[in-house]
Write a protein that binds this ligand. Structure first.
Ligand SMILES: [Zn+2]
Length: 105
């Protein structure tokens, strides 16, 4: 018996269960409306994550650019703001990548 995620409430359920024991949604696969709703939800989620990836990447590139600019102007260290925001953007990127990877399993 395998375990899957309920497409509606995202809780763990058996693949054999015709209905989710948590939210009582029909998960037997005989509900075409649910299947298409699930697909469009997944598409929306993956699009949102792609946008987040692009934003995080843009932020990271801007921060690195600003840091390089500062170093070119002869400062020994870039502003801690750029380092902080750059690190946050990098972390955001990695977390979003991880979430995409997990949701595609
Ligand atoms: Zn459910």
């Amino acid at each position: 018996m395998a375990i899957t995620l309920c497409p509606v409430c995202r809780k763990k359920i058996s693949t054999r269960a015709p209905r989710c024991p948590h939210c009582h949604e029909d998960v037997s696969g005989n509900d075409p409306e649910l299947a298409s709703r699930q697909r469009s939800q997944q598409r929306k989620k993956s699009n949102a994550m792609k946008i987040q990836l692009a934003l995080a990447m843009t932020l990271l590139v801007i921060c690195i650019g600003l840091m390089l600019l500062e170093m070119n102007q002869g400062k020994p260290l870039p502003s801690p703001w750029y380092i902080g925001i750059g690190l946050a953007a990098a972390a955001w990127y990695v977390v979003t990548r991880l979430r995409m990877f997990l949701s595609h399993r």
